[in-house]
Design a protein around this ligand. Sequence first.
Ligand code: UDX
Ligand code: UDX
Length: 440
Amino acid sequence: MAKITIVGTGYVGSVSGACLADFGNQVICVDNNAEKIEALKNGIIPIYEPGLDVVVQRNMSCGRLSFTIDLASAIMQSNVVFIAVGTPPAEDGSADLVHVESASRQIGSLIAAYTVIVNKSTVPIGTGRKVEGWVKEELVKRGTNIEFDVVSNPEFLREGSAVYDFTHPDRVVIGSSSERALNVMKEVYRSLYLNETPYIETSLESAEMIKYASNAFLAVKITFINEIANLCEKTGANVKDVARAMGKDARIGSKFLHPGPGYGGSCFPKDTRALATIGREHNEFQNIVEKTIEVNEYQKIRAAKNIEKVLGALKNKKIAILGLAFKPNTDDMRESPSITICEYLAGCGAVLRLYDPAAMKEAQWRLASIKNSIYFAANEYDAIQGAHALVIATEWNQFRNLDLGRVKELLVEPYFFDLRNIYKPEEAESAGLHYTGIGK
Ligand code: UDX
Ligand code: UDX
């Protein structure tokens, strides 16, 4: 087992810290946001991640997991330090490394014995070398040359299933050329390593590339099926059947082949833009990724324009929209298609009746610019009451079993836009609704 400090208790840091403690390591989670740390010390999780509270409480109560703002004391007790601070997109699309550099320098100014420094945050290829440089500069300032190694250990966590993804990874990727560091990392992931989880050791740069290439490929795959869906609508094909049959080919696979109003979240948009920027910097343009970014923005607007095409003039039309988070089981609305759709419809004069099981608080500020056009509903049926149309934008489970007869009664006009294809057209039409899906 290892003695670990996690710097940054956001989505990635808090899940990684709790799960690494669950693997039997001694873990101290550090954050420079004191309220977050206070909340976590009281077992309150500042992010919406199903199941994380149980893992945090279990490991806190048996003393393997603790939280502090005191980075110095944490580092003194650790032989592994994970950097899991935010890497938000900068103006030009590149990843902003200001937090990674600040964390690296703090670590360099504090280590007192051999330490493995692990990049968990998604960082541009080559950042591992920069972290080495920043730490070395701090050691020179101290007039000391304590040994350390930098390792890249990218995360593949999906929001809403991050705990499961961390404890049941398809693969663990470790990027380093130091045998000593690789041995320490085997200790960190001992419980996964022993139960045959695919464990890939590679170079620092390859590990950094694996993360971007994986996320970008998933974004491309989604965008591919979105464009096929658009064409299915025009050719009378049914994209559900097309995707199902494509997915039976093991080389294609059925995952991430569900058409929708475009991908959102904090990762795909950020990581595709960062990869495109890295490609331009090295004069190896990532043309498919660049096109994917462009087409994904179009897909969001296309969904809104389709609603306008069916409803006609939107002025004073009341439109119920169910689902604001970028996907189910999260309260995160970063780059959510619902933002584009709400802004477009409000811009055309529509009045929006919104409901989401977890994102209502975030929606208040994310949609502040159109707040005069919004009624924040108490539940899905309250949203539907008196509306001219119902739009499902995020496939929360509770939206999968609406009482369609009641929906028909509550709607002023029977229009139903299912942007996630969770209903069959015939079941909606038999309830008297005018159904519009994606790609069918
Ligand atoms: C982030 C990136 O968004 C993601 O792309 C990457 O894969 C992992 O890191 P996330 O955990 O969601 O994911 O970051 P965020 O939610 O922004 O949390 C970062 C945390 O680090 C915040 O709590 C912030 O207060 C903290 N932080 C930031 C520090 O403790 N020290 C710093 O110097 C900077
Ligand atoms: C993603 C990657 O899956 C994860 O490995 C990486 O570590 C972080 O980024 P996340 O962004 O949390 O995870 O969500 P994900 O479940 O991947 O969905 C991303 C977006 O794609 C969502 O907006 C979702 O609605 C959309 N999506 C996903 C589709 O439109 N169709 C699909 O078939 C799958």
